[in-house]
Design a protein around this ligand. Structure first.
Ligand SMILES: O=C(O)c1cccc(C(=O)CC[C@H]2O[C@@H](n3cnc4c(=O)[nH]cnc43)[C@H](O)[C@@H]2O)c1
Length: 217
């Protein structure tokens, strides 16, 4: 019988992401995969609800995401070195003030580092393009080059953006459970061009990454 809190929770946003993760896991029984919804509120609420069971030792936020120029190509994977709520704060005449600068806690969440490194090594060994860097959580999908530039200046090394990581991490922090975020890149962060999104390629990369979870997590 499994000991208490020995399972791993994987939080995706939509059914296509959940299905890609499940294909990769091939029935491995230590994992539960949920659809947490789009955005931080849905992700935090879904994660918190799942964590109440006390079954989990690790949570992975996994899905597709946008890749920042020169950091993450379409079809590649980003393993978060840090999860950052990049637009959570206040706009002032002098510029953006983060939650940290406002004194209301932190917009940054640490991640489970060792498992991230094992996953990166396994992906490299499997020939999957992968990078590690900050993954930004945003409320609005970036749609202009100007906003992409602002975010890259605000967070040096920003590698990917998505909409859920910080919410998942917030639920984990309350329970003291480590968190990771993995994004398969479907589109470039910048001027909106939905026709250029390569969701199929990203879902394949997500499946490939998930097939390594049994080995490294
Ligand atoms: O239309 C589809 O078939 C489809 C399949 C899987 C996922 C989607 C989504 O649109 C999921 C929304 C999800 O995507 C993340 N995401 C992806 N790119 C970005 C981005 O450039 N900026 C922010 N978020 C992005 C996000 O986390 C959403 O949850 C559609």
């Amino acid at each position: 019988m499994n000991k208490t809190n020995s399972r791993i929770l994987i939080v995706t946003s939509v059914s296509a992401e959940r299905d890609a993760v499940l294909r990769g896991l091939q029935g491995a029984d230590r994992f539960d995969v949920i659809i947490g919804g789009v955005g931080t509120a849905a992700a935090a609420a879904s994660t918190a609800t799942a964590l109440v069971t006390g079954k989990y030792e690790l949570v992975v936020c996994a899905g597709i995401g946008g890749g920042f120029a020169d950091r993450a190509e379409i079809g590649s994977l980003v393993v978060a070195s840090e999860i950052i709520a990049a637009d959570l704060g206040a706009e002032t005449a002098e510029g953006f003030l983060s939650l940290d600068e406002l004194g209301f806690g932190s917009a940054r969440s640490e991640v489970e580092h060792n498992a991230g490194i094992r996953l990166i090594h396994a992906l490299q060994k499997a020939g999957q393009p992968v990078t590690s860097g900050p993954v930004l959580t945003v409320t609005t999908v970036t749609g202009t080059a100007a906003t992409a530039a602002v975010l890259m200046e605000r967070v040096p090394g920003a590698s990917a953006e998505a909409m859920e990581g910080y919410g998942v991490a917030a639920a984990c922090r309350l329970q003291g459970i480590p968190v990771m975020e993995i994004r398969a890149i479907s589109n470039a962060v910048g001027p909106r061009n939905r026709d250029a999104w390569r969701i199929g390629d990203a879902l394949q990369a997500l499946e490939a990454a998930s097939s390594l979870f049994m080995e490294v997590l």
